[in-house]
Design a protein around this ligand. Structure first.
Ligand code: SPV
Ligand code: MG
Length: 431
């Protein structure tokens, strides 16, 4: 009897999957791989069922002789282990980023004469609705909120992109790339105070009130499923901060990052060029503890952001604060720097890890952008935030277009660098 392998990356079985199994049965004994959480998060949406539930779901299907876990997107391990005569998959993997996986399978099967069977992909209105429903479930607060903690367990580094609108949210949500034969996507979204206020044409000085910031969150949440890290600036008065924590947690935000500045906060990238005051350790600890006290779930995170390096108060001050903030209940530490050289951030990470092996570290490599995620991770960073690059790339493009329309008195000259509307609207899901 020949062996047929197919991998299911799903938490719901529909006629498309049954069709694959029927087809596979024509070739031999059917083994189904169930893709692990670690693997799926690099190119698809999260699952709403855990691995055991997914394994049970597939075991119940008629025509399946064995179920295994496939814990990598690429098939090297699983094909070496099973040496299937055939690998069956929907032909949707012949196009787009999934084609990299197909190429990987073709290469592996060619080594010993295995064959690939591309089954016409079943996609109809019913399946579209099922898929949409699963996505919308993931957007619900109870599914979304806990996902950042889950990602911290699953990912070597949680890749986070700045978003400030529904459209930028969709870019963070849907961008998947193939790179060196592997697939990748962002894990989480950062609602930056800089970019949120810039999009509203206002300075980054806490002048845009929380109600307005929450509207941005809501716009993003309406169209995405990925977890959200909210830039809470200084958090304001302790008496106000507790309300912010409660609201964010209820909305399904996963974390707030609050910085240890007080009074009129300015953007950190100005450093000491403007007057900015750092909070006392005792008062900032009080703020963290107050936030932790009002939190209702174990899922929400309050991450303390240390401005000592920005304000040139030195490494020892940064480390002393990190220790105190964790003791006050902080679920993570963000260390910020405006140097071009990543060394001071890496030194902080090393020294913090000497005293604390587990508290997540967040890094924002805006000015020290030569550092890679791998290097940050090797020094103990867990979350990397690309805090403003979407805004900074969109602004010059829009400004140039405005200039050129004025210059030519028509839009023809700018047209070739514009995305067709049909492509933009293909990003947007219809209910
Ligand atoms: C933001 O994105 O608003 C931040 C990061 O707080 S930074 O602008 O570098 O201060
Ligand atoms: Mg900010």
């Amino acid at each position: 009897m020949k062996t047929v392998y197919t991998c299911f990356c799903t938490d719901i079985i529909h006629e498309g999957h049954l069709n694959i199994i029927r087809k596979a049965q024509e070739y031999g004994n059917v083994i189904v791989g169930v893709l692990s959480d670690e693997a799926v998060i690099r190119y698809n949406r999260f699952f709403t069922k855990n691995l055991n539930e997914r394994l049970e779901m597939v075991k119940k299907l008629d025509g399946v002789s064995k179920v295994i876990v496939q814990d990598e997107i690429l098939y090297d391990k699983v094909i070496e282990q099973l040496r299937p005569d055939y690998v069956v998959h929907g032909n949707n993997w012949q196009i787009g980023p999934l084609n990299a996986i197909r190429d990987n399978v073709v290469g592996l099967l060619n080594k010993y004469g295995g064959e690939i069977i591309d089954v016409p992909y079943t996609y109809n209105e019913k399946i579209r609705r099922i898929d949409l429903r699963m996505r919308q479930k993931l957007a619900m607060p109870e599914y979304r909120r806990k996902r950042l903690r889950k990602l911290l367990e699953l990912c070597p580094v949680v890749k986070t992109l700045e978003v400030h609108s529904g459209l930028t949210g969709l870019i963070a949500e849907k961008t998947v790339v193939e790179n060196d034969g592997n697939l990748d996507q962002f894990d989480a979204m950062w609602i930056s105070s800089l970019c949120d206020t810039t999009a509203k044409g206002k300075p980054d000085i806490e002048v845009v009130d929380m109600t307005s910031r929450f509207r941005t969150i809501n716009d993003v949440m309406e169209v995405t499923t990925k977890p959200i890290i909210f830039d809470g600036d200084t958090g304001g008065l302790v008496e106000h901060f507790v309300y912010t924590v409660r609201s964010l947690e209820r909305m399904g935000v996963s974390a707030i990052i609050v910085e240890d500045k007080i009074g009129l906060k300015k953007n950190s990238l100005f450093g000491t060029e403007v007057v900015q005051e750092q909070d006392s350790i005792a008062h900032f600890c009080e703020k963290i503890s107050a936030g932790k006290r009002v939190q209702l779930t174990d899922e929400f995170m309050i991450i303390a952001r240390i401005e000592s390096l920005i304000l040139e108060k030195g490494m020892d001050d940064a480390l002393e604060r990190a220790k105190a903030y964790v003791e006050a209940g902080a679920d993570g530490i963000m260390i910020h720097s405006r140097r071009k050289d990543p060394q001071e951030v890496l030194d902080f990470c090393d020294r913090f890890r000497d005293m604390d092996k587990t508290t997540p570290i967040v890094a924002v490599p805006t000015s020290y952008n030569s550092v890679t995620e791998d290097v940050l991770q090797s020094h103990g960073a867990n979350i990397v935030i690309y805090a403003n690059q979407l805004t900074r790339s969109a602004f010059p493009a829009m400004e140039q277009t405005a200039r050129d329309i004025l210059k030519y008195h028509r839009a023809l000259e700018v047209d070739e660098r514009l995305m067709p509307i049909s492509q933009i609207i293909s990003l947007i899901d219809e209910l």
